[in-house]
Write a protein that binds this ligand. Sequence first.
Ligand SMILES: Cc1ncc(COP(=O)(O)O)c(C=O)c1O
Length: 384
Amino acid sequence: MKPLNHTVSEFKESIFTTMTKMALENSAINLSQGFPDFDGPKWVGDLAAKAMADGKNQYAPSLGILPLRTAIANNYKRFYNLDYDPISEIVVTNGATEAIFCAAMALINPGDEVVVFEPFYDSYYASLKMAGAKVIPVTLFAPEFTYKMSDLKAAITVKTKMVIVNNPHNPTGKIFSPAEIKEISELAEKFDFYILSDEVYEFLTFDQAHNPTACFENLRKRTITISSTGKTFGLTGWKVGWACGPSEIIKAIHNVHQFTTFCVAHPLQVAMAEALANMDEYLVDFKRQYRAKRDLLVNGLKEVGFNVIKPAGTYFTMAILKDGESDIEFCQKLIREKKVAVIPTSAFYIKSDEGTRMVRFCFAKKDETLNAALTNLKSKEPSQ
Ligand SMILES: Cc1ncc(COP(=O)(O)O)c(C=O)c1O
């Protein structure tokens, strides 16, 4: 047989799939994958059930139903004083993941360079590679997860087409400081690149309000803001996301979207339009709940003796291993001996070996799951 596409053939099984398989084989508590082990809010589920009963079951408009685009635009205005025109500056996608893929396909020509901060969410690399990009990593260094300005300057050249910023940042829990975004913005002006800003954890900030990249001076015109409802509503399986930006860019992203998936599940869009318009009360409880989970896990891990970094955002926390320990072996041992599954972070890096000395815990889990994991980590002979 003739060879398959050489780019795609090189992709490996995602680390999340590998760790989840190992967790199941070992009956371990799974703190590896980044989604809740509890259901999303019933009132939002009821809205989708109603939309289905009301016959919203055929293809939706490819850009997304207008009430949803309007709700998204209204929230950007309300929360961040950011103006997006729901008619021409927003496209609804199958999760942020599809928005990232479509943005890569829409903006990148083979050979274009794209700078990503590592560790990074794995779909960036795959999408960029499929678009033919050359991926240039800039490492964020623990414990603050800051980059070296000299590294960033060296990475950015006239060939740089795009820089990807993930803020709040998975897996580190970092929130980029205004000074860092300003530095990136100055380079963007000088070298004229786009910024893809993945903000799926926008409502998971614990000590400060989220500040979208597009709100910074001069950045709206070159920023593609991507977000989704998966994390915010704990409904990651719904895959309702979007990209916002200047109309010319959104038109190009939509050109890709219409020939990949065409549209997003219609009843889920109806439900999300309503949910996004009525989320204020929900958000208060959502943030309180996740802050408590963060504190429960971070304090618990500290008690067990982990060198854990308290995250400013997201639902992940990173722990730095002891000298001589390496992430993959550590995770395998933790699953076998303590029956707890976490993520080895070397999978999130392509240049630096920083990841070999860290592991990622997810705290989007029921308190009983977090407590059971902590009990296992403390005990010599875990029960599960
Ligand atoms: C940084 C980041 N971006 C995007 C996504 C994917 O979002 P969605 O489920 O909406 O496709 C995730 C999911 O884990 C993520 O962590």
